[in-house]
Design a protein around this ligand. Structure first.
Ligand code: ZN
Ligand code: ZN
Ligand code: ZN
Length: 142
């Protein structure tokens, strides 16, 4: 997704991307492909804008998630993480390492086939969500 796509979504929502909010989005763009907690976003945002407040960071992350500019997911105990939404229609899946907490993205998606089977039973599926939990290659070695 390019910056212009964000802009179109922002314009449509009439949400004004003022200085501090723009900093939050800037951090997410710089960390494309990573899954950051609000605290991690705050740390990085402070490097760009030292006086940014945690409340602003939280609010902006929530708002950008509701606009589907960010994806919000829970990967480890009770803590939400945010990542830049990709421009594909369907969100990718994740494997979470139960030892080191690393999050890896899975590109294969066999569930689309399963969705079709469910729809044969009369449902109309709009989305699905799936996470795998296990030990990553690094943790398996040690
Ligand atoms: Zn690991
Ligand atoms: Zn992801
Ligand atoms: Zn899927």
């Amino acid at each position: 997704m390019h910056r212009d796509n964000y802009k179109a979504k922002l314009d449509a929502s009439q949400y004004k991307l003022t200085g501090q909010r723009a900093t939050v989005l800037e951090v997410m763009i710089r960390n494309r492909g990573k899954h950051l907690s609000a605290e991690e976003v705050l740390q990085q945002a402070r490097l760009l804008r030292p006086n940014i407040g945690i409340a602003t960071v939280y609010r902006t992350l929530e708002k950008l998630a509701s606009l589907e500019i960010l994806y919000k997911g829970m990967f480890d105990s009770g803590k939400y993480r945010y990542e830049l939404a990709d421009d594909r229609e369907h969100h990718h899946h994740h494997v979470v390492c139960v030892n080191c907490g690393s999050i890896t993205e899975i590109k294969d998606d066999l569930l689309c086939e399963l969705e079709k089977n469910i729809e044969k039973q009369g449902f109309r599926i709009v989305d699905h969500d799936l996470k795998f939990f296990g030990y990553c290659p690094n943790c398996t070695k040690s």
